[in-house]
Design a protein around this ligand. Structure first.
Ligand code: GSH
Length: 203
């Protein structure tokens, strides 16, 4: 299977890390987003959103959206399980993954796109909005620190897709929008160190 990828963007990293956890080898094809390759007719035919990741399946069809791709990979390779084994665990992980996506990855993404000079001329930038979203992301990190007081991982006792979503959000925020984990946030710092040390984090 081929993954249309970008080396820095968080959403394709989500899929690369998920696949690495399952030891699935994906052939990578880089899409130069800043050069507009996501907006070519050829790429839009694969994904009308113009975004990566997109998985090209062995039958030649295309599957965009990182969570849909991860679900597909979990269907093909159920172990190690990252979406939940039974109904109760699945809804718990779904809840946390959605929270990490909407409450952390989204504000971080808005901060990056609206404040990083690399996107000048690529997207319309609204720096005030970017700063406000940076503050939202920092508040969410503080809350995460409290949540991680009681649990080892984002969704509970074990590593799941929700940890992957949170990690890619925090790492891209650190590199591209100077959203750093305050060392006072000890639970979050401990979690970040644990999750970053997994071999899949380098995928
Ligand atoms: N909801 C989508 C988001 C994909 C997305 O926003 N990808 C970014 C990179 S992280 C992208 O390709 N942006 C380029 C664009 O939208 O033009 C997913 O999870 O796959």
């Amino acid at each position: 299977m081929k993954l249309y990828n970008h080396p820095v963007a968080p959403s394709p990293r989500r899929v690369r890390m998920f696949a690495a956890e399952k030891e699935i080898n994906l052939q990578l094809e880089e899409v130069d987003l800043l050069a507009g390759q996501g907006r070519t007719p050829e790429f839009l035919a694969k994904n009308s959103s113009g975004a990566v990741p997109v998985l090209e399946l062995d039958d030649g069809s295309y599957l965009p959206e990182s969570v849909a791709i991860c679900r597909y990979l979990e269907g093909l390779h159920p172990e190690p399980n990252l979406f939940g084994r039974d109904f109760r665990e699945q809804v718990q992980i779904e809840m946390w993954n959605r929270r990490m996506e909407f409450e952390l990855l989204a504000p971080v993404g808005h901060a990056v796109v609206n404040t990083n000079p690399i996107f000048r001329g690529v997207f319309a930038q609204f720096p005030d909005h970017g700063e406000a979203q940076r503050a939202v992301a920092h508040q969410r990190l503080e809350r995460m620190n409290s949540e991680l007081q009681a649990s080892e991982f984002v969704a509970g006792k074990r590593f799941t897709i929700a940890d992957i979503t949170a990690l890619v959000a925090i790492d891209v925020g650190g590199v591209m929008a100077n959203i750093q984990i305050d060392p006072r946030l000890e639970n979050l710092t401990r979690w970040h160190k644990t999750v970053s040390s997994r071999p899949s984090a380098r995928a």
